[in-house]
Design a protein around this ligand. Structure first.
Ligand SMILES: Nc1ncnc2c1ncn2[C@@H]1O[C@H](COP(=O)(O)OP(=O)(O)OP(=O)(O)O)[C@@H](O)[C@H]1O
Length: 262
C-alpha cells in the first residue's frame, strides 16, 4: 500500500466547520458556528463563561456528534467519524483532564502514545523495531516541547507547566497535523506561560492549531486569528488587531457603556 502523503501549506484551510450546532435539550450551546483553521497558524477561540468553546472543541474532536452542521478536515468530511478515526487521520487533541501515567517517566509516556497511534501501521515490522521507532518518535517530540532534560523523570514529579508540556508531547507523538488545545495555559505562572507560548510558536510552523484559552494577553500575543463566541454564536472573527477594535467584542467584554466611552 502506498503511504498517504499530505501536502498542507500555510494559509490553506486545514479544518473547516460550517453551520456547526449542538443543542443540549432546549439549550443551544453551539449555534451555527462557522470556523476555518488554516495550516501553519494559531486560531484562538475566546468567549465569556459558558459561551460554548469547550463544546465546540468536543464537536471538532468527535467527543459527541453535532445536532447539525459539518466538519471537513483536509478536504474530507469527518462529521460522522469517530474520535479514534479522526485522531488516526491527524486530528490531535490535548485534554484538560489528565491522560498522563504518573508512575511512568516522560519518555515512556510519549512512547506509549506513539505506539498507540502507530500500532496498526507498524504491524508488518518486528516488535523490537516497533519499540525502537516509538522510542525515536518519543525522543523527538520530547525535545520539541523542551522536556529533553527531564525525559527520564517520573511524570508525577513534573511541575504543573511541565505536565502540560508533556500532554502536548503525547499528542505530538501521534503525528497530528491539526492540534486542538483546550486551555493549555490554565493554572500556569508567568514563566511557564512563556515557555508554553514558545512551544506553540514553534509548533505553528507545521501545525494548524485551534486554541481555546482564557489568558487574553497570551491569546492576543500568539494568535494569527481570533474567533469570539457569546452564547454559542460567533460574534466576530479576525486578526487580533481587528478583534481588539471590534465594537461588538468590546461590548461583550467591557459592557455597553464602557464600549461607547472607549
Ligand atoms: N453535556 C452537557 N449537557 C448539558 N449542557 C451542557 C453540556 N456541556 C455543556 N453544556 C452547556 O453548554 C453551554 C456551553 O458550555 P461550554 O462548556 O461549551 O462553554 P465554555 O465556553 O467552554 O465555558 P467555560 O469558559 O466556562 O469553560 C453551557 O451553558 C453549559 O452549561
Amino acid at each position: 500500500m502506498k503511504p498517504v502523503i499530505h501536502h498542507t501549506h500555510a494559509g490553506q484551510p486545514a479544518l473547516v466547520a460550517a453551520g456547526l450546532t449542538r443543542a443540549f435539550g432546549g439549550l443551544v450551546a453551539v449555534d451555527h458556528v462557522d470556523i476555518t483553521v488554516s495550516a501553519a497558524s494559531v486560531h484562538a477561540v475566546i468567549g465569556t463563561n459558558g459561551a460554548g468553546k469547550s463544546t465546540l472543541i468536543n464537536l471538532l474532536t468527535g467527543e459527541f456528534p453535532p445536532t447539525s452542521g459539518s466538519i471537513v478536515f483536509e478536504g474530507r468530511d469527518v462529521t460522522a467519524w469517530s474520535q479514534h478515526r479522526r485522531s488516526r487521520a491527524g486530528m490531535g487533541r490535548s485534554y484538560q483532564r489528565n491522560t498522563i501515567f504518573p508512575e511512568f517517566d516522560v519518555l515512556e509516556n510519549c512512547r506509549l502514545a506513539a505506539q498507540s497511534r502507530w500500532q496498526r501501521a507498524w504491524n508488518w515490522i518486528t516488535p523490537a523495531a516497533r519499540c525502537r521507532l516509538a522510542r525515536e518518535r518519543a525522543a523527538t517530540v520530547i525535545e520539541r516541547v523542551g522536556l529533553g532534560a527531564v525525559a527520564q523523570r517520573r511524570a508525577a514529579e513534573l511541575s504543573h507547566g511541565q505536565k502540560r508540556q508533556l500532554e502536548i508531547a503525547m499528542c505530538l507523538a501521534t503525528a497530528p497535523r491539526v492540534l486542538l488545545l483546550d486551555e493549555p495555559l490554565a493554572g500556569m505562572g508567568a514563566e511557564e506561560t512563556e515557555r508554553m507560548l514558545a512551544v506553540l510558536d514553534d509548533l505553528r510552523r507545521d501545525h494548524a492549531i485551534l486554541l481555546v484559552e482564557h489568558d487574553m494577553d497570551a491569546v492576543f500575543r500568539i494568535a494569527d486569528r481570533i474567533t469570539v463566541m457569546v452564547n454559542g454564536r460567533v460574534i466576530a472573527s479576525g486578526t487580533p488587531d481587528a478583534i481588539r477594535r471590534d465594537p461588538a467584542v468590546r461590548e461583550a467584554y467591557l459592557g455597553h457603556e464602557a464600549a461607547e466611552a472607549a
